[in-house]
Design a protein around this ligand. Structure first.
Ligand code: MN
Length: 267
């Protein structure tokens, strides 16, 4: 019920404000204060289906954890003993939903000649806050999904070399393929378990969730020191080592123990 209200909140708020304006005998909409104006056009809310539920999960923000597995941090040229993991964001409309049992066509993006996969566990939050203690962090998790943090590695590296933001390498259209969200009530929490990615049947990434430097609980605690987390936020929790390129025609098959596979074809 609460989620449905959220999806319709703009309409409801507008109606309420208009009602108030009429009751107060206010002037024509053209002179209305900004708070009383309706939107020029409606924007879609990005939503991800939930296993076993009719309602869908509305996505507010996509946070990503960088260099959260030691071996991946090293392959990216950093020292995990000196440099802790960190955050970046993708826009919510970067989500590409992939239904289990189907293969999604994923468009090879423009500008890159080195397009990389990163298989990741994704945590979806039902609530949030600031300075959330690690011990209570998992109470905010609604569920989990399997996702890909697709990366234009050449552009990411070039921007890094110039000490510029990663945006163009990470935060582009369709860069966040994701499977459905599995409620904690059905699958529990993910502290360990195999995580892998095959390309054209060949194992490329193969690790265990227990190798994450920051656990999901720690990710939430750390993020909430920097940002106020809210319901609808999702967190891509970082990728293990052996990231690498795909080209058009490649088939990627992601697996996390306890979740259905994620199947994506690059087109
Ligand atoms: Mn990543």
């Amino acid at each position: 019920m609460k989620r449905r209200q959220m999806l319709h909140s703009s309409t409801t708020a507008t109606a309420a404000l208009m009602g108030g304006a009429l009751a107060a005998g206010c002037a024509a909409p053209s002179t209305a204060a900004p708070g009383q104006a309706s939107a020029l056009f409606e924007l879609p809310v990005t939503r991800v289906p939930i296993v076993g539920e009719r309602e869908q999960f509305p996505v507010r923000r996509i946070y990503c954890i960088g260099r959260n597995y030691r071996a991946h941090a090293i392959e990216m040229g950093s020292n995990p003993d000196r440099e802790p993991p960190f955050f970046f964001q993708k826009p919510t409309d970067a989500i590409q939903y992939v239904a289990p049992g189907t293969t999604a066509n994923h468009p090879y993006p423009p500008l890159t000649r080195n397009y990389h996969y990163e298989i990741e566990l994704v945590a979806a939050l039902k609530s949030g806050g600031v300075n959330i203690p690690k011990e209570r962090a998992l109470e905010h998790v609604y569920g989990y999904a399997i996702g890909l943090d697709m990366t234009r590695r050449d552009l990411q590296r070039a921007m890094g070399d110039e000490k510029k933001p990663w945006e163009i390498g990470k935060s582009f259209d369709h860069s966040a393929p994701i499977g459905p969200i599995h409620p904690v009530a059905r699958v529990g929490h993910f502290a360990r378990g195999a995580i892998s990615l095959r390309v054209n049947g060949q194992v490329k990434q193969n690790a265990d969730l227990s190798q994450m430097i920051w656990s999901v609980a720690e990710q939430i605690a750390k993020l909430s020191e920097a940002f106020e987390l809210k319901a609808g936020d999702i967190i891509y929790s970082g990728t293990p080592e052996n990231v690498g390129p795909v080209v058009r025609g490649d088939m990627m098959l992601g697996r996390i123990e306890g979740l259905p596979e994620l199947s994506v074809k690059v087109v």
